[in-house]
Design a binder for this molecule. Sequence first.
Ligand SMILES: NC(=O)c1ccc[n+]([C@@H]2O[C@H](COP(=O)([O-])OP(=O)(O)OC[C@H]3O[C@@H](n4cnc5c(N)ncnc54)[C@H](OP(=O)(O)O)[C@@H]3O)[C@@H](O)[C@H]2O)c1
Length: 298
Amino acid sequence: MRILVTGSNGQVGSSLVECLNSLKANSQEAIEFLALDRNELDITNQVAVIQVVESFKPDFIINAAAHTAVDRAEEEVELSYAINRDGPKFLAEAANALGTVMLHISTDYVFPGNKEGVYTERDKTGPLSVYGQSKLAGEQAVIDANSKHIILRTAWVFSEHGNNFVKTMLRVGAAHKKLNVVADQFGGPTYAGDIADALITMVMSINRVAQNHKFGVFHFAGYPHVSWCEFAKVIFELADQTNLIQTPMINGIAADMYPTSAKRPENSKLSCDKINAIFGITASDWKAALNNIELYKS
Ligand SMILES: NC(=O)c1ccc[n+]([C@@H]2O[C@H](COP(=O)([O-])OP(=O)(O)OC[C@H]3O[C@@H](n4cnc5c(N)ncnc54)[C@H](OP(=O)(O)O)[C@@H]3O)[C@@H](O)[C@H]2O)c1
């Protein structure tokens, strides 16, 4: 089984590399993978994408590359669409030419956030930001280019690698006695390592069944759902237990009081029922993951 990973230096990309290294060492199956970062493969370069795909001949492509700077995307519209729509399209087309399965990661920010309750894969999208719009366009481009696709929508990603809310909270929390954190946006924090595991589980399952597998859009995110403010409180509880930093006072505020360039959905809770029914994958237990990651051990 041959797997190509793009965007290998990001949060999910780095976790995929760890996951695939361990799978390669422990699996009976012959697994070859090629993980390329932005310098090694710029997914917006169609010629380079075709060259890599034609020479490596993967059975699966996992695209973890994206323009994820949600606020900056409001200014960098062309770049966002190039990375979040055109790159995935080039990968999916190159994959399609070889009969390769394309796994692509998308986001909860494709939803408008005004629904009561959790979002399922059947719910109507309606992104509020350029980031969300460009990611939704990327989903459609992949779907149009390659019928053998998995679109995995996830949310509020954190990990040891790269930039994320957990690291930001620990950094600003160490410097301030009191922090204001948004308390009226709700979602599911998701550990990048769990996203990588979910993607690899899907790859293994599709590889086993091969024909007539259920492709399509799937949600995978963390549970229990919380507000950013509740998430911050758990982050600091753990930091306090490990004496990493002294817990600042957390003050919940309305999103209106913390204006950002990009509008974010109030509710981006994703239902994981479909991925559970088809692949047996359960929601990311983010509290357990947070408890275990190296951030708190340093
Ligand atoms: N982060 C979140 O909270 C979140 C939430 C929901 C969904 N997602 C989705 O989850 C996926 C993974 O996100 P993540 O958190 O791992 O993002 P990340 O840490 O920002 O990683 C994205 C990676 O893509 C690379 N990249 C950017 N442009 C590229 C290009 N033209 N060619 C190749 N690589 C390129 C980046 O490289 P450089 O660092 O060198 O630019 C970076 O290493 C994305 O599809 C994202 O939309 C993320």
